[in-house]
Design a protein around this ligand. Structure first.
Ligand SMILES: *Cc1c(COP(=O)(O)O)cnc(C)c1O
Length: 383
């Protein structure tokens, strides 16, 4: 028996873990299967907590619809599987998230997809990669709004214009910006993915992803791919994500504000040889980022310690409040070490080229009161 509430309505959304739904008759099953009627049959195909989360996220990103997936990589996989065919082409940024790079360069190439890597910050390179397509292969371009860890900013309006001119689809991984700072669908991107695991989740207790699409027709295909490959997100993480969504704006804006302060603060600290954050006027994408992210610069920054690896170890030991963990987007400030985590498997020459040194710490700035945050860094950096 389902509970009844009389005339009352629970204020919190219901959590519905059911993996399967009972149907009154064959006609009902038919109507739901063909999409004539909303309803649920089997949770791998669809379930109410996913639909609720999708509606909220689609609204936030101004998308035609959203498709929740079990994690960010499943979301990227779903776009790849829904859009690519043998003989198709991917133009990918050279600075994508490690697993995304592997998904395209190692996995999709096994299926006869040509994958070209370019510096998408160089619009001339973008234009010539798009134009260099004599067989007119269908193309998917893949970029990240803000790159990891150096926070290169993709010039989305310019890239979208070029993609339109060459009839290429565009997938934007917006995980580092979140829909609070950037809504690439509004700018004309075809697909956006977000790793909900990170900023949108915000409490390090969810593994989930989402694809947002500009066009209703592609949503049908994305949902089909999700079901076939088993990439649906479970009800509980969907419910948790829904629970955190109303505070996303507050969390993101507070984190960005702290990150701006921290970037400027760290520049003057002893032992810090370099600070990377787009709020600093010397960051190569300062102006672009300011314009594209509505005057914000994100909550991620990097600091380089002059003392290299030994100094990084000392910093982590002295400042245990700044948790060392290889993720991002928690409400609390966390640190990671790209050279030994996200960029571990790059060959050393490439790491050098991207200036990912042994002294580089990536900081995911949280929402602590500023003075508390500054003090934690002061203590960590004391000699
Ligand atoms: C973490 C991350 C992903 C993958 O998301 P998961 O939820 O861990 O699968 C993709 N892109 C970026 C930029 C990320 O930071």
């Amino acid at each position: 028996m389902q509970p009844t509430f009389g005339p009352s309505v629970p204020l919190a959304p219901a959590f519905i873990p059911s993996s399967v739904y009972a149907l009154p008759d064959l006609d009902a099953l038919e109507a739901i299967s063909t999409g004539q009627q909303t309803g649920f049959i089997y949770a791998r195909d669809n379930h109410p907590n996913a639909v609720q989360l999708e509606q909220e996220l689609a609204r936030l990103e101004n998308a035609a619809g959203a498709v929740v997936c079990s994690n960010g990589m499943a979301a990227i996989g779903a776009v790849a599987m829904a859009t690519l065919h043998q003989g198709g082409r991917v133009i990918a940024s050279n600075f994508l998230y490690g697993r995304t790079t592997q998904l395209f360069f190692q996995e999709m190439t096994r299926f006869g997809v040509e994958v070209v890597g370019i510096d998408t910050g160089d619009l001339t390179a973008v234009r010539s990669a798009l134009a260099d397509n004599p067989e007119n292969k269908p193309t998917l371009m893949v970029v990240e709004t803000l790159s990891n860890p150096l926070l290169a900013t993709a010039d989305l309006p310019a890239i979208i214009k070029l993609c339109n001119e060459h009839e290429s689809l565009l997938l934007v991984d917006n995980t580092f910006a979140s829909p609070i700072l950037c809504r690439p669908i509004e700018l004309g991107a075809d697909f956006v993915i977000e790793s909900i695991t990170k900023i949108i989740g915000g409490h390090s207790d969810i593994t989930l992803g989402v694809v947002l699409a500009r066009d209703v027709a592609t949503l049908v295909r994305l949902r089909q791919v999700r079901s076939i490959w088993g990439w649906m997100g479970d009800p509980f993480p969907c419910w948790l994500a829904l629970r955190g969504l109303p505070t996303l704006r507050l969390r993101m804006l507070a984190s960005c504000d702290n990150a701006n302060k921290l970037a400027h603060f760290l520049r003057d600290q002893p032992g810090v040889s370099r600070v990377i954050h787009p709020s600093l006027s010397k960051h190569p994408d300062h102006a672009l980022c300011k314009k594209m992210l509505g005057g914000h610069y994100g909550n991620m920054l990097c600091m380089e310690l002059a003392g290299g690896r030994a100094a990084v170890n000392r910093f982590f030991q002295k400042a245990p409040a700044l948790k060392f963990c290889p993720s991002l987007g928690d409400y609390a400030t966390t640190c990671s070490h790209p050279a030994s985590t996200s960029h571990r498997y790059l060959d050393p020459a490439e790491r050098e080229r991207q200036s990912i040194t042994e002294g580089l710490i990536r900081v995911s700035v949280g929402i602590e009161p500023w003075e508390e945050l500054a003090q934690a860094f002061r203590v960590g950096l004391e000699s």
